[in-house]
Design a protein around this ligand. Structure first.
Ligand code: AMP
Ligand code: ZN
Length: 666
């Protein structure tokens, strides 16, 4: 096989694996094997930019940055849907339809109404060419680069697809994916997102498509525009779309009467809680496409479709007590302890009250009967108080002024909603929270040690901080509750093994606020070892690509705390990795040392992010604006004209992608 054949074969193979994994949910190779193949393809494509293909699976990782999303007028308007809430509403609708169509037998397709952000995808010759948000229905934003990173969106179709058509669907986040994203945010000391729908729609407008690629978004399809496709019914549309490689949920069903439709609604009103994503109703569509055409549209919605909204999931229950939780960063979260009640298929005992303002705004008090709602949030929330049921002796809630765990007076910074316990070194949940973060899977991944054991070890006075883990002995652990020789041994071995964990993960494990996995990697690469990082000032830190003021200040503050400096120095003596490994350093050269690059435009053989990475790996610096200090402007397609003029005026050499790649060839 020559390179071209190899590239094509790999693309086909990876496409098929993507399809198995993301559309069918049935992977047939491991993630590891997939990554190996993907890397191989990336390498070949980088060496052969002449075989560029906009639908290559390598482009899934994103990297292109969109500053302003272009407005696109929809070729076919994206309508809204009329709503119905009862069987009577549906029967009235059926009568209206019958009046227009004459007395013909009308069938319906019932689908679920996926709760996300609507999207219109345009395919030409089987390739995705455009993805546009609904916007106001007439025109939306071009979000193609972001949509390309969503793995269930096929970049290349299969089967008997027509030459050109638009297909519509909903971009959603699965509940599991959403929960995971929030766990990570909480672990990084950030505020969790409110619900999957807003997070999904917000994701489409992120400027950096590499960030979109990291989000577990999915695309569920439900209609095709562009008639004359020789299809007869909505049900066939769904089946066809599925056969071309789209993810089309299989719960759709053809119903002959409104009673059958109601059965579908009632079934899914209950069973929707078993689905991996959120739905907010059923969409009933006239099945026959000729009938649809005859029925047409009102000013706002198709006459041939109707949404049946599920009842909001809301229950009333008694709030017994408001308690306060202290997180790893010291943030205080008020929690409502409720009379247990069944809601959306699960028993609810607690609800988040968010912060002091929220409690004051709703005037929530102990003893109140409150309305609880469950959306996509991890824990349900209180939306209102039933004032009619307020007991006579009710007292206004007074927010705590001192930490419930350590008694320290709480602080609240300007512009922040949350109260904080400032007792960084002495507040128990902050101490154990930091240790739990340190040992977690994405950090030091210490086998044989879990969150509860950390609490136990702390309570028994065996550890005060994560460095203490490294001096624990089997003899100390064995006498503890639920510990035996074997488990004590596992724990000690697990701790020992963690000494091999690479620098960037150690850095993440330290638990510096706002330093998540990605930021830790960036900092590790930029500074190469902890001493250099600790010596960096905030100004120097923000010079690192993608490090902003907030992160920089947090890093400086962390290392400004003497107890943290001591922890690091102890961990060093225990043998943890505090610099990049030989191997990591080897992939880095000094070829571009002292040179500053500005990167502009769209590139072919390599993504913009990879190009920047190459610059940094080879000792160069990436800057976002051109000045007399700029060594080279690397110009891709569609480069901004002002950059070009500025470079020319300052005499900064402009080089092509190819010329740049030659510089770093080893
Ligand atoms: P609304 O925004 O409430 O007027 O509802 C219309 C929106 O429902 C459409 O723009 C779609 O984004 C969304 N939707 C979700 N699931 C479906 C489905 N199965 N069929 C049609 N539209 C759907
Ligand atoms: Zn405290």
């Amino acid at each position: 096989m020559n390179s071209k054949e190899k590239i094509i074969a790999l693309r086909d193979e990876l496409r098929e694996h993507n399809y198995n994994y993301y559309v069918l949910d049935q992977p047939i190779i491991s993630d590891y094997e997939f990554d190996i193949k993907l890397k191989e393809l990336q390498k070949l494509e980088a060496a052969h930019p002449e075989f560029y293909d906009a639908s290559s699976p390598t482009l899934r990782v994103g990297g292109q940055v969109t500053k302003n999303f272009e407005t696109i007028v929809h070729e076919h308007r994206m309508y809204s849907l009329d709503n119905s809430y009862s069987k009577e509403d549906l029967e009235d609708w059926e009568k209206r339809i019958q009046r227009i169509l004459g007395n013909v037998q009308v069938e319906f397709t019932c689908e679920l109404k996926y709760d996300g952000a609507s999207i219109s995808l345009t395919y030409e010759e089987g390739k995705l060419v455009k993805a546009v948000t609904r916007g106001d229905g007439f025109q939306g934003d071009d979000v193609t680069t972001n949509i390309k990173t969503i793995k269930s969106v096929p970049l290349q179709l299969k089967g008997d697809y027509p030459p050109k058509f638009d297909i519509r669907g909903e971009i959603i986040l699965t509940l599991e994916g959403f929960a995971k994203m929030n766990q990570e945010r909480i672990a990084n000391g950030e505020e969790p997102y409110m619900n999957p729908r807003n997070t999904a729609s917000g994701s489409l407008k992120l400027q950096d498509s590499a960030l979109v690629a990291q989000r577990p978004l999915e695309c569920l399809l439900y209609s095709i525009e562009g008639r004359g496709l020789s299809l007869n019914s909505q049900f066939e549309v769904l089946e066809k779309a599925r056969s071309w490689g789209f993810k089309v949920p299989t719960v759709a069903q053809v119903c002959k009467t409104t009673s059958e439709v109601m059965q579908f609604v009632e079934y899914w009103d209950v069973h929707r809680h078993d689905l991996p994503y959120e739905t907010d109703g059923v969409v009933v569509k006239v099945n026959n496409l000729r009938h649809q055409e005859e029925l047409g549209y009102t000013a706002k919605a198709p006459r041939w479709a109707m949404a049946y909204k599920f009842k909001a999931e809301q229950v009333a229950t008694v709030l017994h007590e408001i308690t306060y939780q202290v997180g790893r960063t010291g943030a205080i979260t008020p929690v409502a302890n409720l009379e247990p009640i069944l809601l959306a298929g699960t028993t609810v005992k607690r609800a988040s009250l968010h912060n002091a303002d929220q409690i004051a705004k709703l005037d929530i008090r102990e003893g109140d009967t409150v309305f609880v709602e469950k959306g996509g949030e991890i824990i349900p929330k209180i939306i209102a108080v039933d004032f009619a049921k307020r007991p006579g002796d009710s007292v206004l809630t007074k927010y705590i002024s001192h930490c419930p765990e350590c008694g320290t007076p709480l602080i609240r910074k300007e512009g922040e909603a949350q109260h904080f316990c400032p007792n960084y070194t002495g507040c128990p949940p902050q101490i154990t929270g930091r240790i739990q973060h340190f040992i977690s899977r994405k950090a030091m991944d210490i086998e044989g040690l879990g969150g509860e054991t950390v609490e136990l070890l702390y309570k028994e006075g065996l550890i005060q901080n994560y460095a203490d883990l490294y001096i624990l002995t089997k003899e100390q652990i064995m006498p503890l509750e639920r510990m035996a020789e074997k488990s004590a041994e596992n724990l000690v071995n697990g701790v020992e093994a963690s000494k091999a964990i690479p620098f960037e993960r150690v850095l993440f494990a330290l638990g510096i606020r706002y330093v998540g996995e990605t930021v830790a990697k960036k900092l590790a690469k930029a500074y190469k070892n902890i001493d250099a990082l600790m010596a960096a000032s905030a100004e120097e830190l923000v010079a690192v690509d993608e490090i902003g003021d907030r992160i920089a200040e947090s890093v400086v503050q962390f290392f400004g705390e003497p107890s943290n400096v001591e922890l690091v120095s102890r961990l060093k003596t225990y043998g943890l990795q505090f610099s990049l490994s030989e191997e990591q350093l080897e992939s880095q050269t000094d070829l571009l040392k002292g040179q500053t690059f500005v990167v502009s435009g769209v590139f072919e053989a390599i993504s913009r992010n990879d190009l920047k990475k190459l610059i940094e790996d080879n000792g160069g610096k990436v800057s976002s604006s051109i000045s007399s200090k700029t060594s080279f402007l690397v110009a891709g397609a569609n480069m901004g004209p002002s950059k070009k003029t500025k470079a020319e005026n300052l005499g900064v050499p402009i080089i092509s992608e190819q010329e740049f790649l030659e510089k770093v060839e080893k």
